[in-house]
Design a protein around this ligand. Structure first.
Ligand code: C2E
Ligand code: MG
Ligand code: MG
Length: 471
């Protein structure tokens, strides 16, 4: 059967190329792979061939490197190109292996589709599962370390897979779905593959709709900020407030950040969203300080995502917003989660030094969950650790309670030794509050001390706590 298939395919190839040997396709200049245009032509041919030969399918693997832009930022474009060359070579070798299994195939194609995107066309698959094996092989090959200009670099990739079972008639539909599957792989945690299916179409559509609505809401200034008090555990005073974003949706009610921030991050909307949040928080805070005078909190804290941290212009933008709002830099703090700091060490370091030079404070959010080595954190110019609320949630009743309290205590002592202050997050009970006071934690935040509220409510907010040492 394979023999006759091959004969038919040869005949078809001659038909499709007008009897001429295949034209030399346009090549990508860096890697020598097929270019985007050449890939599209090639796919149209593959689709036509598969339609004439329904017993053998094909699959398209859409591969995107995870975090490649950060490598570019940290080490420069030349290093980025060198890394892409090595990645391309591994993609080529890993895709070739299928040929050895199926020597009669017309040959798999590899293309560089864009910056850090590659596409592999697996021809003549007998079973769709062969595409999954190929994807696994690619992921394994790509995850081994690279050496670029004497530096060790590790990077992973996300792969979206589309099979010809989907009955595709043109290359652009096929690539659209492969791209959607690749996004699903990224959202599921990167370094993995995802197979396109029709429910994915619905999810992608919903995502696209949400993204469009979110973009419109940001442009129209329809997002809102609420503020949660941060309380000094000695004096009971509200010393800071944290800005938390909300999306009051006309039909769905108020949407929490956990639901829309991932979409904002993936789509790049986190840039404009973050800028809106920061400027609004600065302006709100200036007004609050005027209104409350000496009783006003000392700082407003704004969450900054990894994607914003990767923007080399972030320090300049912050400086411009401080000028615009007339807020003194020491009254602004930015929060970065521990895991994001550790992942993007080199990038973060430069940007954070520049932000610090402005006089803005720096907090490490969700501290204690990111498995950072304390030695590496010590490299950063940190003012505050925000002890993750998981310590509070389970510290009281669970079997690990005493051990968690001991860890929290050790962190508080350690922070004091390196001159970093500590805010405990997620304080929900008087009991937790008393425990933190006994551990001499500096500050705390949580539903017990005050829920996130509109800026206007802060001036009259009363903290339900007894000052340390009072009966
Ligand atoms: P986060 O920065 O760790 O903020 C604290 C989160 O814990 C908030 O959730 C807050 O409402 C919640 N929380 C506060 N006290 C308690 C408590 O006692 N118990 C419990 N169970 N939860 C408490 P929220 O507002 O849903 O925000 C979730 C996350 O979304 C934030 O975690 C932050 O990482 C992110 N986020 C919020 N606003 C922004 C923003 O403007 N920009 C960025 N980049 N991220 C934001
Ligand atoms: Mg935070
Ligand atoms: Mg937190």
């Amino acid at each position: 059967m394979a023999q006759s298939d091959t004969q038919i395919l040869r005949a078809l190839d001659v038909e499709l190329t007008g009897g001429q040997p295949e034209e030399a396709p346009a090549r990508d200049r860096l890697t020598g792979m097929l270019s985007r245009e050449a890939l599209l032509l090639r796919l149209e041919r593959t689709i036509a061939r598969a339609a004439a030969q329904p017993r053998s399918g094909f699959a398209v693997l859409f591969l995107d490197l995870d975090g490649f832009k950060l490598v570019n930022h940290a080490y420069g474009h030349e290093a980025g190109d060198l890394l892409l060359l090595q990645v391309g070579e591994r993609v080529r070798v890993a895709s070739r292996a299928t040929d050895a299994v199926l020597p009669a195939t017309p040959g798999n194609a590899v293309a560089r589709f864009g910056g850090d995107e590659f596409v592999v066309v697996l021809e003549q698959l007998l079973r769709p599962e062969e595409a999954l094996t190929a994807a696994e092989r690619l992921l394994t090959a790509l995850s081994c370390e690279y050496w670029v200009q004497g530096t060790r670099v590790t990077i992973s990739a996300s792969i979206g897979i589309v099979h010809s079972d989907g009955g595709y008639r043109n290359a652009s539909d096929l690539l659209r779905d492969a791209d959607a599957a690749m996004y699903a792989a990224k959202s599921a945690g990167r370094g993995r593959y995802a197979l396109f299916d029709s429910t994915l179409t619905q999810r992608v559509r919903l995502r696209v709709d949400t993204e469009r609505e979110l973009r419109a809401a940001i442009d129209a200034g329809q997002l809102a900020l609420v503020y949660q008090p941060i309380v000094n555990l000695q004096s009971g005073a509200v010393v800071g407030i944290e800005a938390l974003v909300r999306w009051p949706h006309p039909a769905k009610g108020v949407i929490q950040p956990g639901e829309f921030l991932p979409i904002a991050v993936e789509s790049g909307l986190i840039g404009p969203l973050g800028e809106w949040v920061t400027l609004k928080a600065c302006r709100d805070f200036v007004r609050l300080r005027r209104q409350m005078g000496a009783a006003a909190p000392e700082f407003v804290s704004v969450n900054v995502s990894r994607r914003q941290l990767g923007d080399p212009a972030l320090p300049l933008k912050l400086a411009a917003m401080l000028r615009d709002s007339q807020l003194e830099p020491e009254h602004l703090h930015i929060e970065i989660t521990e895991s994001e700091l550790v992942t993007d060490f080199a990038v973060a370091r430069q940007t954070l030094d520049a932000i610090k030079a402005l006089g803005v404070g720096l907090s490490v959010d969700d501290f204690g969950t990111g498995y950072s080595s304390l030695a590496s954190l010590h490299e950063f110019p940190i003012d505050i650790f925000k002890l993750d609320r998981s310590f509070m949630a389970s510290s009281m009743r669970s079997a690990q309670g005493p051990a968690l309290v001991a860890v929290a205590h050790a962190m508080i002592l350690l922070a004091r030794n390196i001159n970093v202050r500590v805010i405990a997050e997620g304080v929900e009970t008087a009991e937790q509050l008393a425990l933190l006071q006994s551990l001499q934690c500096d500050m705390a935040q949580g539903y017990f001390l005050g829920r996130p509220m509109p800026i206007e409510a802060l001036a009259t907010h009363r903290v339900p706590m007894q000052v340390h040492g009072e009966a």
